[in-house]
Ligand binder design. Structure first.
Ligand code: SAM
Ligand code: SF4
Length: 317
């Protein structure tokens, strides 16, 4: 379906939980989330109906996200049933990777084709700092298990944070020489409660091209990242700039939160609920949400924070 600005909506990001086994400082508060009542959250059947409704309007690609999707007990079933929905060509998943040693194979068998795995640092100490509670070795073991499992594509995502990991840009980028993965640097977005970071933390993607003059530009792959490559690398470097050079004109996305709210735009407070609705009711809500997509998300910086009204773990990124 086309929105009011002629953009075709073909991609849904569906969050299956707000809960997480980490507490990344840019994503959620230290004391975790105020757990919503079970009845407020979508059931598995409602999630699958929502995928059907979105697919009937032209969504072809589904990304399962969270919170941490792998803490959800029925995650394998959600993925398998989503992958079986008519019209869904591709089910991908975004994870912090720590639970992949147990779940990589069942997820692949369920039809998940591609994984994005978050990895902001290669320092044990910094990993503990940024995630508040996590261990780097768990994420690295998860990445290695995913590589052995044979997914179609694995991308490692690092949020670029000035004064934290900008000194590791070369090391993180060099992972594309060690492994057949893409490494993507994503600009830090000023969410509602990610108050740990001052304006110095918000650095533009151009820092990466400045630090790595040996990068050569690659053709875009239809995604939102600008693509580059290091000499002799097995994968690309992707730069994603929601803040310094937004890509709203190419937006093909719609988001569904774990409590059943369709978000026409990541950074807008507008939400359309599908909780408790049947397939037809959900379809109508998706139509409304797609027609309500704004032209762009508005200015974002340390002062002009996101209007999402939620932290990232309550949206899914
Ligand atoms: N738990 C999974 C993970 O960490 O990959 C999936 C959910 S997480 C909310 C999805 C993505 O959002 C992750 O890549 C994470 O780094 C990113 N993210 C969270 N907060 C962000 C922020 N303030 N700015 C930019 N990216 C953010
Ligand atoms: Fe959890 Fe992912 Fe948010 Fe980190 S970024 S706290 S792993 S949901």
């Amino acid at each position: 379906m086309l929105d009011n600005f002629g953009r075709e909506i073909t991609y849904m990001r569906m969050s299956v939980t707000e809960l997480c086994n980490l507490r990344c400082r840019y994503c959620m508060p230290e004391d975790g989330v105020c757990k919503k009542a079970h009845e407020q959250m979508l059931t598995e059947d409602e999630m699958i109906n929502a995928v059907r409704a979105a697919s009937s309007l032209g969504v072809k690609k589904l990304r399962i996200t969270g919170g941490e999707p792998l803490v959800k007990k029925n995650i394998v079933s959600i993925c398998a049933r989503s992958a079986a929905v008519n019209g869904i060509n591709e089910v991908c998943l975004t994870t912090n990777g720590t639970l992949l040693p147990k779940l990589a194979k069942p997820l692949k068998d369920a039809g998940v084709k591609r994984l994005n795995i978050s990895l902001d640092t290669l320092s044990e100490e910094k990993y503990r700092y940024i995630s508040r509670v996590g261990e780097l070795k768990d994420a690295l073991t998860g990445i290695e298990t995913a590589l052995e499992t044979g997914f179609e594509k694995i991308k490692l995502n690092a949020v670029l944070i000035g004064g934290f990991n900008d000194c590791e840009i070369s090391e993180l980028a060099a992972l594309t020489k060690k492994w057949p993965v893409d490494v993507r640097f994503i600009e830090l977005m000023p969410m509602y409660d990610s108050g740990d970071f001052g304006s110095e933390a918000f650095i533009p993607y151009t820092v990466v091209t400045d630090r790595l003059p040996e990068l050569t530009e690659q053709n875009a792959d239809g995604g939102v990242a600008r693509l580059y490559r290091l000499p002799d690398a097995k994968g690309n470097i992707g730069l994603i700039s929601p803040v310094s050079a937004h890509f709203c004109a190419q937006c093909s996305r719609i988001r569904l939160t774990a409590d059943g709210k369709i978000k026409p735009c990541l950074h807008s407070g507008a939400e359309y609920s599908v909780k408790g609705l049947d397939l037809e009711g959900m379809r109508t809500q998706f139509e409304r949400a797609i027609l309500a997509k704004p032209k762009w998300h508005g200015e974002l910086d340390a002062v002009n924070r996101s209007h999402a009204g939620r932290n990232m773990n309550e949206i899914g990124g």
